[in-house]
Design a binder for this molecule. Structure first.
Ligand SMILES: [Zn+2]
Ligand SMILES: [Zn+2]
Length: 256
């Protein structure tokens, strides 16, 4: 089997990878995960993601402020992130959005910071990576105000079929990762079974959310093959086709 797979959402700047990143990248390459988007969650992790992308040709970067970190934004955060975007290794703005599960930042600040970043991403013509946890309706209603975006992916999609339909109608992509392999997650398997394969992106969100065989351990890009196998089983297409179709969409989206 020869795969070419893109992990569209990883946090390779996480301290959990600092000791063995080269081994992690080698294992990924072995399994065909030959391109990885390392996603920022605040200014310093975005800067680290860009540095990694400059150092390793397998890695690309996304920059942005996660809703958890929205409360720490200061005006110069935006100048700093804009400056990072001068590098051609930056392929998206994210991750941004709303997290009403934890509410580590007050909701009204999350909303303001989310809107501000959609504005900047629009100006810079970068696609956006959306984090939506227990905030489906508010995320969708805010996104509705931003029609000219270069592309939208709802990462770690956790809505039901109805929410998925709205996203697909609007041209958004669904980021699908390890949670698809969890025995109780029939809701997501139903979403994947209905969604066109070419609107699905593969992602690990590593070091978080390891697929079932490794659940609870550190996740890493090489484990993405478990997600490919699960999609192949649900949609009754070969793993090669899952890889080829999702990779073609992700390449076009991130222009990589
Ligand atoms: Zn997220
Ligand atoms: Zn993430």
């Amino acid at each position: 089997m020869s795969f070419h797979i893109i992990d569209t959402h990883a946090h390779l700047d996480d301290a959990k990878f600092s000791a063995d990143l080269n081994a992690v990248l080698a294992r990924a390459q072995d399994k065909g995960i030959s391109q990885i988007v390392s996603v920022g969650s605040n200014f310093s992790s975005s800067r680290r993601a860009v540095a990694l992308a400059k150092e390793h040709k397998q890695i690309y970067a996304a920059v942005g402020v996660h809703p958890h970190d929205a409360k720490d934004v200061v005006p110069r955060t935006w100048d700093g992130l804009r400056l990072l975007c001068e590098s051609s290794r930056v392929v998206a703005w994210g991750e941004i959005g709303l997290d009403y599960h934890y509410n580590f930042s007050p909701p009204e600040i999350q909303v303001a910071v989310f809107r501000k970043q959609l504005e900047i991403a629009g100006e810079l013509n970068l696609p956006v990576i959306i984090h939506d946890r227990e905030a489906h309706h508010e995320v969708l209603s805010i996104l509705k105000d931003f029609t000219g975006l270069a592309g939208v992916v709802i990462h770690c999609f956790s809505g039901d079929r109805r929410i998925a339909d709205i996203c697909l109608e609007r041209g958004y992509y669904l980021g699908i990762g390890g949670t698809l392999t969890y025995p109780k997650n029939n809701k997501l398997r139903e979403v994947v079974s209905e969604a066109p394969l070419d609107r699905i992106f593969l992602e690990t969100d590593c070091p978080y959310l390891a697929p079932q065989p490794w659940r609870g351990k550190r996740n890493e890009p090489s484990y993405l093959t478990a997600v490919v196998e699960e999609i192949s089983r649900i949609k009754d297409v070969s793993p090669e086709e899952v890889a080829a179709v999702t990779t073609a969409s992700a390449k076009a989206f991130f222009k990589i």
